[in-house]
Design a binder for this molecule. Structure first.
Ligand code: CS2
Length: 467
């Protein structure tokens, strides 16, 4: 079978598949994207694809994989083309995205990244480097590029973090400025004055590609696509109106991006409602042996639990309007059977995600004297998850920077509720400094861990759900 390359596009159009109809010359690269994963391909790159079709500015993407070479090379082989399978209520459709005009690997070709950041046509850097990616390595790479840009007399850039972090733009700006200040104060000043770091909230459920998905792509397209991704119909991008070029606000809005003065209401709703529920289902699904989010939410007791978690312990703190409608829409999105979103994928890096997704709701509930039953049961499920095997004794791999530590603790204290709770709440910086010492929180987590051990996780969920 032929592969997905530009020459294959006319035949795809004949099959009714949306294809890029714009000039894909690499000179139109205006965005350097760091973190070339499935999410970027089904989210920002689709927006840039729409912009490339209608706008004169260069919105083409240089897709930079931080370390792994496989996807970058496979995409290069297809001259940047890949397909997106969209699974919405209306059924399934396919789109070939053409905005990625080049790829490289930061660990292998750092100089290419630096040159791209410095290139005059570049206007934006976007990032999806995951929660744990915001460290010195990232700062060094960005600053090398920005130093080269400054030296070449270039304009400032918009540098947009698209990771699921509270205050993502602010955190990235601080990382860059702090690092720059420690060795090059003039560069720090230049970045501060010329570059904009908007906060942004991005949303689209994009499971990691599976061989099954690639097979579906081959069947639908009639050509092979090693880089196909599957996603839902829904997508949302809310970004703070803070751009190196203020005219970009209107440009982005023309592609359906929501440009706002303050992202926080959207960011909090998304992190605590969507991602918070995701992480709860990830731990519960892993412990119960339910492999996907769809299978979790199809379980009536878990559906009721997730509904209760959002309604009782998250929504009281949200500013985003229409929280109930937002919740109901999320429950429907979780139930999308075509996504097959693996709970183990979501449980990856739990120790980095829990502080962003659960802790703020626990703290806010305690501050208002509210209940934390659902969050405490979710925490107990996470403790069960840390054992590295489901309730039937089937082992799984934990992908987490703290995997070994957490599993050692969980196994060492297995069966001892107080010791497990004390040690796991104190591990790393996951639960902050206050919660592990707050008896209101510790006692509820201990309660639900005890119930989980006595009744099984589903039994404990049923007990919590009782009216
Ligand atoms: C998920 C997110 O893997 C995870 O941790 O919670 O990737 C989630 O699917 C996206 O944030 C949805 O926008």
């Amino acid at each position: 079978m032929q592969e997905l390359i530009p020459a294959a596009l006319p035949a795809l159009a004949e099959r009714g598949i949306t294809i890029p109809l714009f000039d894909r010359n690499p000179s139109r690269i205006g965005v350097v994207h760091l973190g070339l994963g499935a999410f970027h391909r089904a989210h920002q790159a689709v927006v840039f694809d729409a912009l490339m079709a209608h706008r004169p500015e260069p919105w083409g993407v240089l897709g930079v994989a931080m370390r792994s070479t496989q996807l970058a090379d496979a995409l290069a082989q297809q001259q940047g083309l890949y397909s997106v399978q969209i699974n919405s209520h209306a059924g399934r459709s396919w789109q070939v995205v053409g905005s990625v005009l080049g790829t490289c690997v930061a660990a292998r070709e750092p100089e290419q990244v630096v040159q791209a950041i410095a290139a005059p046509s570049t206007r934006w850097i976007t990032l999806t480097v995951t929660e744990k990616g915001y460290g010195p390595e990232l700062a060094t790479l960005l600053l090398k590029g920005l130093a080269a840009r400054r030296k070449a007399g270039g304009d400032g850039l918009t540098i947009a973090s698209c990771d699921n972090l509270t205050d993502n733009g602010g955190k990235l700006q601080k990382l860059c400025l702090d690092t720059a200040r420690s060795h090059d104060a003039a560069l720090a000043d230049w970045v501060e004055e010329n570059c904009a770091f908007p906060n942004s909230m991005v949303d689209r459920i994009v499971p990691a590609a599976t061989p099954e998905r690639l097979q579906e792509a081959a069947e639908a397209l009639g050509v092979t696509d090693q880089c196909a991704v599957g996603t839902e119909g829904f997508w949302e991008w809310v970004i703070e109106d803070r751009f190196a070029d203020p005219a970009d606000a209107e440009v982005l809005a023309s592609a359906g991006v929501n440009v706002v003065a303050d992202v926080r209401p959207f960011e909090q709703a998304k992190l605590y409602m969507l991602n918070g529920s995701h992480s709860a289902m990830a731990c519960m699904g892993a412990v119960l042996g339910l492999p996907t989010v769809h299978e979790c939410i199809a379980q009536p007791d878990l559906h009721r639990f997730v509904h209760g978690l959002m309604t009782q312990e998250v929504m009281p703190h949200l500013v985003r309007p229409d929280a109930a409608a937002y919740r109901d829409a999320l429950l429907e999105r979780f139930a999308n059977p075509a996504l097959k979103h693996s709970v183990h994928q979501i449980a990856t890096d739990n120790s980095q995600k829990i502080p962003q997704r659960w802790v703020p709701s626990v703290v806010a509930q305690l501050a208002r004297g509210g209940k934390v039953e659902h969050l405490a049961l979710a925490a107990a499920a996470w403790m069960g998850y840390c054992l590295g095997e489901d309730e039937a004794g089937k082992p799984y791999t934990m992908n987490d920077p703290l995997a070994q530590t957490l599993q050692d603790i969980a196994k060492k204290h297995r069966g001892d509720v107080a010791a497990t709770v004390g040690a796991l709440l104190g591990a790393g910086a996951i639960w902050g400094t206050e919660l592990p010492r707050d008896p209101r929180w510790v006692s509820r987590v201990a309660h639900w861990l005890e119930r989980t051990q006595a009744l099984g996780l589903l039994g404990a969920v049923r007990e919590l759900n009782l009216p």
